[in-house]
Design a protein around this ligand. Structure first.
Ligand code: XMP
Ligand code: MG
Length: 207
């Protein structure tokens, strides 16, 4: 039975393995840990003597941000933004309802992203942050999927460049599943047909 079906009805109460529907591990927990340490070392060097305000887009970034910030040796205040991405009339719309709680004006800001695919979400977040007039703005993405890029974005720090496959785990979900997996995996296309994964559903939150 596919995980989506198991979510509803009587089967909901059954114990379903967290990784059911995941075909293979793309990035192991150990590789994630090693690469995040490297990124944090680089960031700590680049921001040495100052602070870096980390702006994270919810929900996908939770694991990456939590691990990255704990490896930084510079002060790193955090701002979280809710990002809703919708498909409206065939084009993507990004909505970010909340305001930044602390001003970003004149500060060194780092956008921390889980994954950049088309770049549409990140582009909108960059515009929102720029409107706050930070002193500097850089971008750190754990995963870069350059094959589908539509919007122009420059990534200053990248964890891993990955092929155009739908990945889950380590914060990334599909339909609420898999976020708590400690690795990045590729979903089983027999369980989740590619057409389902590629096309954002109208009116849905694609965090
Ligand atoms: P764009 O296309 O705007 O997409 O760069 C960024 C957001 O889309 C989601 N996304 C994914 N989520 N596995 C996921 O679980 C993926 O392979 C994937 N590709 C894109 C994600 O929310 C990301 O922030
Ligand atoms: Mg994201």
């Amino acid at each position: 039975m596919c995980p989506r079906a198991e979510r509803s009805g009587r089967a909901r109460a059954l114990a379903v393995p967290a990784a059911q529907g995941v075909d293979r591990v793309l990035i192991t927990r150990a590789r994630l840990r090693r690469r995040i340490r490297e990124l944090a070392a680089q960031l700590s060097e680049d921001y040495a003597g100052g602070e870096v305000v980390c702006v994270g887009a919810l929900n996908g970034v939770i694991c990456f941000l939590a691990d990255l910030m704990r490896e930084l040796s510079v002060p790193a205040p955090v701002e979280l933004v809710h990002v809703d991405r919708f498909l409206e009339g065939g084009s993507h719309t990004v909505d970010m309802p909340n305001q930044f709680r602390e001003g970003l004006r004149g500060r060194d800001v780092l956008i921390v992203e889980d994954i950049v695919d088309t770049g549409v979400t990140l582009r909108a977040l960059v515009d929102k942050v720029r409107a706050e007039a930070p002193a500097t703005l850089k971008i750190c993405a754990l995963l870069d999927k350059p094959a589908h890029r539509q919007a122009e974005v420059h990534l200053d720090y990248v964890g891993f460049s990955i092929p155009p496959v739908f990945v889950v785990g380590y914060g990334l979900d599909y339909e609420g599943f898999y976020r708590n997996l400690p690795f990045v995996g590729v979903v089983d296309s027999a369980v989740w047909p590619p057409a389902l994964l590629e096309r954002p559903k109208s009116g849905s939150n694609l965090d």
